[in-house]
Design a protein around this ligand. Structure first.
Ligand SMILES: NC(=O)C1=CN([C@@H]2O[C@H](COP(=O)(O)OP(=O)(O)OC[C@H]3O[C@@H](n4cnc5c(N)ncnc54)[C@H](OP(=O)(O)O)[C@@H]3O)[C@@H](O)[C@H]2O)C=CC1
Ligand SMILES: N[C@@H](CC(=O)OP(=O)(O)O)C(=O)O
Length: 408
């Protein structure tokens, strides 16, 4: 009983030791536990994620799917992280062309070896010298690393696709969801031989706009109210490991270990862990507000959001209420969504079957359901939809790789 009600007061500290004997440390807002060995990448957290939570998809075989002499040289910054590993899966799945890939992380991982598409790579520390000759760099190592190396790489001629929030609201930096506003980056091409920064939006924003934009294009949205149910993956590999560990601990009647979040996560939910700003919204909520306006290039649209962390491993769910300038009935909305790129509909009222995080996990598409008229709005001016999308995939790695594809 006590175990399910109380969290150990273990604070997030700069250096702790994991139960597997690895060293844990803060990485952005997270503590990561790693146990790399020189014989290859053996990351306890990654093994946990990929072996238990996710299906391992790394192609250890001999075929280098995307390797081609004419392809660009790539760098992946944060390659040992949850998103970094997903980058590799997506590059491989989409046969993204490359001549070479630099696998970059922190000095903690430097020297470790990893296999990708039949070739062995040595992970390198990320330094100012890392980007020489790199044409496209996919960054996913947190905002401070992006700020430190992103502009520097761009100045050296690298096109940086950045997953962090560091540059999203900067004027001149395109903030892109390829299905929504690819045109915002049409001036940036590999063939220009010129460096640039392109920002990948926040994962909740990406997933929301994948479904809301096709409707917005048909009938302008005046106001959007978003409530999110966000997965552990949004807080990194260590948070996913903590959710799994806590779930076991609680079921065994033990006190749950709380390193990443300050309270029990398993069998619980809480307001998103990003800092609460002066207006009472947390940062995640304000990203939905500001990034939507930038991506839609619409400063008039009213957006409000409430973001909640739920004990789900890797896919976010969002309830979205829309108010339109002109009437839009649910049949038309369903028709529009049925042809929307990257969107699938799961909307079986008779079977009470609607999108779930598990169904979209490790999938590219964002699922939409609960498409219904909002009875609180007059004259078909309002709609409700419910969306689910894999946070690491479309919410991060896939979207970034799609951006990179637009550069070719
Ligand atoms: N679009 C979106 O909404 C999303 C964006 N993100 C962004 O991606 C970042 C990473 O997320 P995630 O993969 O889940 O996090 P993880 O904690 O799983 O991984 C962090 C990665 O960053 C690397 N890193 C940490 N410190 C440094 C350093 N000093 N120099 C170079 N590399 C470093 C780590 O390397 P090492 O193993 O060596 O420590 C590791 O590869 C987030 O902080 C966020 O900015 C993430 C999810 C969604
Ligand atoms: N949106 C992620 C957190 C994150 O990485 O956001 P951003 O990319 O905006 O920093 C979550 O679920 O918590």
């Amino acid at each position: 009983m006590a175990a399910s009600l109380h969290c150990s007061q273990a604070a997030v500290v700069d250096s702790v030791r994991s139960s597997q004997g690895g060293v844990g440390r803060r990485s952005g807002s997270c503590v990561c536990f790693s146990s790399f060995t020189s014989s290859g990448v053996q990351h306890s957290v990654r093994n946990l994620i990929r072996g238990v939570v996710s299906t391992p998809k790394r192609r250890p075989g001999v075929v280098r799917m995307g390797y081609t002499e004419s392809g660009p040289t790539l760098a992946i910054v944060g390659v040992t992280g949850a998103v970094g590993q997903e980058f590799l899966d997506v590059l491989s799945d989409r046969d993204f062309p490359y001549r070479d890939i630099k696998m970059l992380a922190s000095k903690r991982s430097a020297g470790q070896k990893m296999m990708f598409e039949g070739k062995e790579y040595v992970i390198e520390d990320t330094t100012a010298e890392s980007f020489k000759g790199v044409e496209i760099a996919l960054f996913s190592a947190g905002g401070s690393i992006s700020k430190k190396y992103g502009p520097l790489a761009a100045a050296q001629g690298t096109i940086v696709v950045d997953n962090s929030s560091a540059f999203r609201m900067d004027e001149g930096v395109p903030l892109v969801v390829p299905e929504v506003n690819a045109d915002a980056m049409s001036h940036i091409k590999l063939s220009n031989k010129k460096g640039a920064l392109i920002a990948n939006p926040n994962c909740s924003t990406i997933i929301c706009l994948m479904a809301a934009t096709p409707l917005y294009r048909h009938t302008k949205v005046k106001r959007m109210v978003v409530s999110t149910y966000q997965a552990a993956s949004g807080a990194g590999a260590a948070a996913m490991a903590e959710l799994e560990l806590q779930t076991k601990e609680v079921l065994q009647g033990k006190e749950p270990t709380c390193h990443i979040f300050s309270r029990q996560y398993a069998f619980n939910l809480f307001s998103h862990n990003s800092p609460v700003t002066g207006n009472g919204y947390n940062e995640e909520e304000m990203k939905l507000v500001k990034e939507t306006r930038k991506i839609w290039n619409d400063n008039e649209v009213k957006v409000t959001a409430t973001c909640i962390r739920v004990p789900v491993m890797r896919a976010h769910a969002e309830s979205i209420n829309l108010e339109f300038e002109s009437p839009l009935d649910e049949e038309k909305a369903r028709e529009i969504l049925s042809t929307a790129e990257g969107v699938i509909i799961i909307d079986d009222r008779a079977g009470n079957n609607f999108p779930t995080p598990l169904e979209v996990s490790k999938k590219d598409a964002v699922a939409v359901g609960r498409i219904r008229q909002d009875v609180s709005q007059e004259g078909n001016h309002g709609l409700d939809i419910f969306v689910c999308g894999d946070q690491i995939r479309k919410g991060a790695a896939l979207n970034a790789v799609q951006i990179a594809e637009l550069l070719l």
